[in-house]
Design a protein around this ligand. Structure first.
Ligand SMILES: *Cc1c(COP(=O)(O)O)cnc(C)c1O
Length: 402
């Protein structure tokens, strides 16, 4: 008898049999989500392609799952808009795109480490970046064994101090690579370190100018050989700031997604943000003056207030550092977030917009009517950069393609 009642208690708590059968999955828009408009990416790609002109190729950088937009969605839209190739950071990102059916050139911007990785890159026809003779020899051996030619790009370090061979080594290195029969060196490139904070146009002694000079010297020293290579140097900031940085190809990330790394450069271009972060109000409550809100009671109401609880938190990608600093938009009206941002929830003060109800949708990031809340705004408030803000929406939020 006693046994029986124990089982019943357990069953009352745990049994879900029969209930789940006829229930459909929740709408991805039920709690909080990221909205991406591929048409906007396509248009940005076209705008950038027109801007760089027909003599220059456009590489769409879709690393980190397309800066949080979805790599496949972005890649497809960018190619339709006129991009010529794709850039990824890792082998896995390249394979994902090949698996999704992308046939264009894909350059791996990061460094591969060992034979297995280079072999995998060869199998998937991904182009590795090499920085020295070690990688060149590995590639040559692997290609020889597999009776193939390994297409690679060589990176030269002009001042980023990350990947790439020293500038003064480049010429000798290339002459050695040219002896390796199973390598086909198709590109040479470098990466700008401070183009987003440096003013190339107004200051000829700028660091970016020096990187340009170094890159040009490497190319000059190669003589005729350099003409047969795809030469590339510019990221978004470089692309928008100075056409002398374009060479044969530019590698754009941030601007493809609709943002300007430097306010002054390219702002006349019609680039538009493709991403929005939205969340629903899950509860509305009235509280008295002087009431502490959320963990730590960092915020206390200064008046009788109306508060809206919204189901998005730092686990979704809204940094806790932004607590009490951001606003969200509804009907083009900004309402302030108050108290600590928690893992899954945050609170907004809607005292001045009391018509907000359960189920209403707030726009935390992106355009809503005339209001535009940019990742730049968030990164200014949190001491980060827009790139990192965009990359943070990859954990839990469903992505809705509009
Ligand atoms: C990420 C990356 C880019 C794109 O930079 P944006 O500033 O987002 O345009 C270009 N080149 C390399 C090597 C990169 O790693």
């Amino acid at each position: 008898m006693q046994n029986m009642s124990k089982i019943n208690k357990r069953e009352r708590f745990f049994t879900v049999g029969g209930i789940t059968k006829n229930v459909t999955n929740p709408d991805p828009r039920s709690r909080a989500w990221v909205e991406v408009d591929p048409k906007v990416i396509e248009k940005n790609s076209r705008v950038l392609k027109d801007f760089i002109g027909e003599d220059c190729l456009l590489m769409a950088v879709v690393k980190a799952d397309g800066y949080g937009h979805g790599a496949e969605t972005v890649a497809k839209a960018a190619l339709i808009g006129g991009a010529d190739s794709l850039g990824v950071a890792t082998l896995e990102e390249g394979i994902q795109l090949r698996n999704a059916g992308f046939k264009c050139q894909i350059l791996i911007l990061g460094n591969l480490i060992n034979r297995e990785e280079f072999y995998t890159a060869l199998c998937w026809a991904l182009i590795p970046t090499i920085s020295g003779i070690r990688e060149a020899i590995i590639c040559n051996n692997i290609a020889e064994k597999n009776h193939k030619k390994f297409i690679v790009h060589l990176k030269v370090d002009t001042g980023m101090t990350r990947l790439g061979c020293h500038c003064h080594e480049a010429e000798e290195l290339i002459s050695k690579i040219d002896y390796l029969e199973n390598i086909s060196l198709k590109g040479i490139y470098s990466h700008l370190a401070i183009a987003d904070s440096d003013q190339v146009k107004n200051n000829c002694k700028s660091f970016t100018q020096m990187q340009l000079n170094r890159f040009e010297k490497v190319l000059n020293d190669l003589g005729k050989r350099n003409k047969s290579l795809c030469r590339h140097l510019a990221n978004s900031a470089g692309t928008l700031s100075d056409s002398r940085l374009h060479f044969d190809m530019v590698r754009v990330g941030l601007s493809l997604y609709g943002y300007f790394p430097v306010n002054e450069f390219g702002s006349d271009l019609k680039l538009k943000p493709a991403l929005k972060v939205k969340a629903r109000v899950t509860l509305v409550r009235d509280v008295d003056k002087g009431i502490g809100v959320g963990y730590g009671h960092f915020f206390k109401t200064q008046r009788k207030s109306k508060l809206a609880v919204v189901a998005i938190g730092y686990a979704d990608g809204v940094s806790r550092v932004l607590s009490g600093k951001i606003s969200a938009s509804i009907d083009g009206v900004l309402i302030p977030q108050v108290g600590a941002i928690a893992m899954d929830q945050m609170v907004f003060d809607i005292t001045d917009k009391p018509d907000i109800k359960i189920g209403h949708v707030l726009t935390l990031l992106g355009t809503d009517g005339d209001v535009m809340i940019s990742p730049q705004k968030w990164s200014d408030l949190s001491g980060s950069i827009p790139w990192e803000v965009l990359c943070s929406f990859r954990n839990r939020l469903p992505r809705v393609i509009t």
